[in-house]
Design a protein around this ligand. Structure first.
Ligand code: ADP
Length: 761
C-alpha cells in the first residue's frame, strides 16, 4: 500500500507538471494565472508529502509538513479565485488581499506549530506500518483554517452550480459541468479523509488524490472547452477568427506569429522553421505595398499593410496585415465598369449631338440661305419703281414679311439647338472658355442695339446706363459674356408685358482700375415683368426649368438659358444673383471678373441703343470682287446653291464641287483666290481634300487659303480644324455677314472693292 501511495504521489506530481505546462502555453488571462497558481500550490504540497512519507521521526515529518503547507495554504484560495473568474464573478482586490494576508498569518503559526500549539494542540509521530503519521488534536487555528477551507469549497460549489444553471452557451455549460465533476471529486476526497471512510484515510491525506482528480478534470475543461475569460477570448477571436490576416516577424524577418486567416492564405508558413517560405511571402507583400496594389489570393482580394512593431521606442519586428477587401475592390471594379459604360453612353450622346447638330443645321442653312434670297428679291421688287403694279408690289411686300417670319423662326430653332448643345457640353464637362482681347464698348453697343430692337417690338422702354469710365479693352471670353447678357436681357424682355427694361453696366463700385488689374464687370438687368414666385427661386438655374407654364404658354423657351448662363458665369469665376418680387419685376445681377488690357474708357455708347434697330434693311454686299475666283466644295447641292446665291452681289466668280475628288480636279487646273470647303463629305472629307491640295509643292493652290465650313458646332471644332491646316472656320448655317467678312480677310486686297452700305458703315 505504501508503495502504491508513493507511486500515486509521483504520478500526481507529473500530472501537475503537465497542467502547469499547458496552462503556461495557453496563457490567456487571469483565470489561467489562478489555475497555474493552484497547480503550483498542489505541486509543492505533493512534493513535501513525499518527504513526509519518507520521514522516520517527528522532526523530519513536521519540517516536510511545514514545506507542504507552503503550497497547501494556497490551494483552496487559488481554486476559489479560479472558479470565481470563470463563473464571471469579481472579488474586490481588498477581499483578495485580506484572504491572502489571512493565509500568510495561518502559515506563520503553522511554521511555529511546536511553540504556539495554536494549530495543533498536541501531536505525536507514529509509524503506522510503513506509513509515518502524525496523530494530532486541533487547536483553534486548525479549526479556523478547516472552516475557511470549508467555506472556500462551499463558495466554489455555489458559484459553479449557479453559473451552470444560468449559462446559455452550450460549450460553457459543458465546461461548467466538467468543473462541477472536479469539485465533486475534491469534496468526496475531503469527506473520505475527514470521516476516515476508508482505512487508507487514517494514514494518508486522501485529499491529495482528490486534488489530482480535480486538476485532471480542469485540464480536460481547459483543452476541450477552451476556458478563456471574455476579454482574452475576444482578443483571440479578433486575432484569429476575423478576416484580417496577421503575420508578425522579428527584426531579422523570422516568422514569430501567424494567425488563422493568414495561415489559410499562406499554408506554407505553417512550418515556422522554413525561412525561405517566409521570405518569399514577405517579398510578395512588400512588393504589393510598394506598388500600392492589392494582393489576389484564392480568388479574393486583400489590401496588404505593414507596420513597425516597437516597444519602448525600440524596433522589435514588423507586423503585416491583410484585410479582405474583395467586396470593396469588386464594387470599385463594378463602378469603373459602370463609369466606362456611362462614358461610352456620354460619348455616344456627344456623337449623336454632333450628328444631330450637323443634320439639323444643314437644312436650316438652306432654309435661311434661300430665305435671305427671298428677302433680297422682295426688297428689290419693292424698290422696283413704277414698272411694277401696286398689286404685285403688295404681294412682294407680303412675301417679304413672311420670309421675315421664316427667318425669325429659323433663328429661334437655331438658338434652341445651340442651347441644347451648350448644356450638353457643360454636362459633359467639355465646355471650354476661349479668352481673348475684346472691346467692351463694341460688345455693349451690339447687345443694346439688338435688345432695344426687341424691346421696341413689344412697346417696352429700354434704358441702358453704361458707366462711361469703364475700361474698354478687356481680356476674357467675349462670346460667352455676350451670350449671358443677351440671355438675361432677352428674358427680361420676354417676361415683361409692359414697362421698362433697364441695363446697368459698371465696375460694381471699384475705383482703382488699372491696366493689368481686374475689373469686376457688373451687369444689372432690371425689369417690370411678371416676376418670379419665391418657391421657384431655388429652381431657377436648373436645366429645363420653366415656371408658370400656363401663364407663359405663349412665350418660347426651353428652360435652358438660365442654367447655361449660371454655369458659364461660374466657369468665369463670376456670380449671378436674382431678386424678384412676384408681379412687380425682377433684377438679375451678374458680376464677372475681367482682366483690364487698357484703361481707355468706353465713353458714350452713341445713339445706337436708343434708336434701336429701325428694322431690317435690305442686304447689300459689303464688297465687290469681280476679278476674284473662289471654289465652294459641299456634298449637299442645296448648300452650294445657297453659297452661290448669297455671294451673287459680290460679283465673285464661283466654281462649285460636290465632292472632294471633284474639288481636286478643279484645283489641279484652276488657281483660286479662296476655297470654301465643307468638312463632312462622303468618301473624301474636307481635311483629306485639303491635305491633297497642299500635298504637291508647286501645285496651283498650295498657298490658297482654305476655309472650313461645317455644321459641327461641338466645342473644340474651331481649334481642331485650324490645327488640321485650314486657314479659318465658318460655322453653318452660314451668315452672309460672316461669310463676307471672312472673304474680305482672305481675298487678295487688290481684287476687293469695299462697297459703302446704306447706313454709311
Ligand atoms: P426659358 O427658355 O424658359 O426662358 P430660362 O432658363 O432662361 O428659360 O428661364 C427659366 C425660367 O425662369 C423661365 O421659364 C421663366 O419662368 C423664369 N424667368 C427667367 N427670367 C425671368 C424674368 N426676367 N422674369 C420672370 N421670370 C423669369
Amino acid at each position: 500500500m505504501y508503495q502504491f501511495v508513493i507511486a500515486l504521489l509521483y504520478l500526481t506530481i507529473v500530472g501537475l507538471f503537465v497542467v502547469c505546462a499547458i496552462s503556461l502555453s495557453k496563457w490567456g488571462g487571469m483565470h489561467h494565472t489562478y489555475l497555474f497558481f493552484y497547480c503550483v500550490s498542489n505541486l509543492i504540497y505533493n512534493c513535501a508529502y513525499i518527504l513526509m512519507m519518507h520521514a522516520d521521526n517527528q522532526e523530519t515529518y513536521v519540517t516536510a509538513l511545514k514545506i507542504g503547507y507552503l503550497g497547501r495554504a494556497w490551494v483552496a484560495l487559488s481554486m476559489t479565485m479560479f472558479i470565481a473568474k470563470i463563473s464571471g464573478r469579481h472579488f474586490p482586490t481588498l477581499v483578495k488581499a485580506a484572504a491572502g494576508i489571512l493565509n500568510v498569518v495561518v502559515y506563520f503559526f503553522i511554521l511555529n506549530l511546536e511553540r504556539t500549539h495554536l494549530y495543533y494542540k498536541t501531536m505525536k509521530f507514529v509509524m503506522d506500518g510503513d506509513f509515518p503519521t502524525l496523530p494530532h488534536s486541533g487547536g483553534p487555528l486548525y479549526y479556523f483554517y478547516t472552516l475557511t477551507n470549508l467555506f472556500y469549497s462551499y463558495a466554489c460549489v455555489y458559484m459553479i452550480v449557479k453559473a451552470f444553471i444560468h449559462e446559455k452557451n452550450k460549450t460553457a455549460k459543458k465546461r461548467d459541468l466538467m468543473i462541477m465533476f472536479s469539485l465533486a471529486a475534491l469534496v468526496t476526497s475531503y469527506l473520505i479523509y475527514y470521516f476516515k471512510l476508508i482505512p487508507l484515510a487514517r494514514k494518508f491525506d486522501t485529499m491529495i488524490i482528490g486534488y489530482a482528480i480535480c486538476t485532471a478534470f480542469m485540464l480536460i475543461a481547459i483543452i476541450k472547452y477552451k476556458m478563456l475569460d471574455t476579454a482574452a477570448a475576444a482578443k483571440n477571436y479578433v486575432v484569429d477568427e476575423l478576416s484580417e490576416g496577421i503575420i508578425a516577424v522579428d527584426v531579422e524577418d523570422r516568422l514569430n506569429y501567424i494567425n488563422k486567416p493568414a495561415l489559410k492564405l499562406f499554408p506554407e508558413l505553417a512550418d515556422q522553421e522554413k525561412e525561405p517560405d517566409t521570405q518569399r511571402v514577405l517579398a510578395t507583400l512588400n512588393e504589393a505595398i510598394n506598388r500600392g496594389e492589392p494582393v489576389r489570393l484564392d480568388g479574393r482580394i486583400y489590401t496588404p499593410r505593414v507596420n513597425p512593431l516597437t516597444e519602448e521606442g525600440l524596433r522589435i519586428g514588423t507586423l503585416y496585415s491583410l484585410s479582405d477587401d474583395s467586396d470593396h475592390y469588386r464594387y470599385m471594379d463594378e463602378l469603373r465598369e459602370q463609369k466606362k459604360i456611362a462614358d461610352e453612353a456620354n460619348r455616344s450622346k456627344s456623337q449623336f449631338l454632333a450628328n444631330m447638330s450637323h443634320e439639323i443645321r444643314t437644312p436650316i442653312n438652306a432654309v435661311l440661305g434661300f430665305n435671305e434670297m427671298i428677302t433680297r428679291e422682295c426688297a428689290k421688287m419693292e424698290e422696283g419703281g413704277e414698272a411694277i403694279s401696286p398689286a404685285v408690289k403688295d404681294a412682294f411686300g407680303n412675301i417679304g414679311t413672311y420670309s421675315g417670319n421664316i427667318e425669325g423662326a429659323g433663328n429661334n430653332l437655331l438658338s434652341i439647338i445651340n442651347d441644347i448643345l451648350d448644356i450638353s457640353k457643360i454636362e459633359a464637362g467639355k465646355m471650354e472658355l476661349t479668352d481673348g482681347r475684346y472691346s467692351l464698348g463694341s460688345l455693349l453697343k451690339d447687345i443694346t442695339g439688338m435688345i432695344s430692337f426687341r424691346a421696341s417690338e413689344k412697346n417696352l422702354a429700354f434704358v441702358a446706363d453704361v458707366d462711361e469710365k469703364l475700361p474698354d479693352e478687356l481680356f476674357g471670353d467675349m462670346v460667352r459674356i455676350r451670350q449671358v447678357i443677351i440671355n438675361i436681357l432677352t428674358n427680361a424682355v420676354k417676361y415683361t408685358e409692359k414697362g421698362t427694361v433697364w441695363l446697368t453696366v459698371n465696375a460694381g463700385g471699384k475705383k482703382d482700375l488699372t491696366e493689368g488689374g481686374t475689373l469686376p464687370l457688373t451687369i444689372v438687368v432690371k425689369d417690370t415683368g411678371i416676376g418670379i414666385r419665391p418657391e421657384d427661386m431655388d429652381k431657377l438655374f436648373g436645366s429645363f426649368e420653366r415656371f408658370e407654364l400656363k401663364r407663359n404658354s405663349t412665350i418660347e423657351g426651353t428652360g435652358l438659358g438660365l442654367a447655361i448662363s449660371h454655369q458659364l458665369v461660374s466657369m468665369m469665376d463670376g456670380k449671378i444673383e436674382v431678386e424678384s418680387e412676384y408681379g412687380e419685376g425682377s433684377t438679375f445681377t451678374i458680376v464677372i471678373p475681367q482682366k483690364i488690357i487698357s484703361c481707355e474708357p468706353v465713353g458714350k455708347l452713341g445713339e445706337h441703343e436708343k434708336a434701336g434697330n429701325a428694322g431690317k434693311k435690305r442686304h447689300k454686299a459689303s464688297f465687290a470682287a469681280p476679278d476674284a475666283v473662289i471654289l465652294v466644295v459641299d456634298d449637299t447641292h442645296l448648300n452650294l446653291k445657297v453659297a452661290t446665291a448669297l455671294l451673287k452681289d459680290t460679283g465673285l466668280k464661283i466654281d462649285t464641287a460636290e465632292s472632294g475628288k471633284r474639288a481636286l480636279e478643279l484645283a489641279d487646273t484652276n488657281k483660286y483666290d479662296v476655297i470654301l470647303m465643307d468638312q463632312r463629305m462622303p468618301n473624301m472629307d474636307g481635311t483629306e481634300t485639303l491635305r491633297h491640295i497642299r500635298a504637291t509643292e508647286n501645285a496651283l493652290n498650295v498657298k490658297t487659303p482654305v476655309i472650313c465650313m461645317t455644321a459641327d458646332a461641338i466645342i473644340g471644332s474651331r481649334e481642331r480644324y485650324i490645327a488640321e491646316g485650314f486657314d479659318d472656320y465658318l460655322s453653318k448655317p452660314i451668315k452672309v455677314a460672316e461669310l463676307e467678312e471672312t472673304l474680305i480677310k482672305y481675298l487678295p486686297a487688290d481684287k476687293v472693292t469695299m462697297v459703302e452700305s446704306a447706313d454709311g458703315t
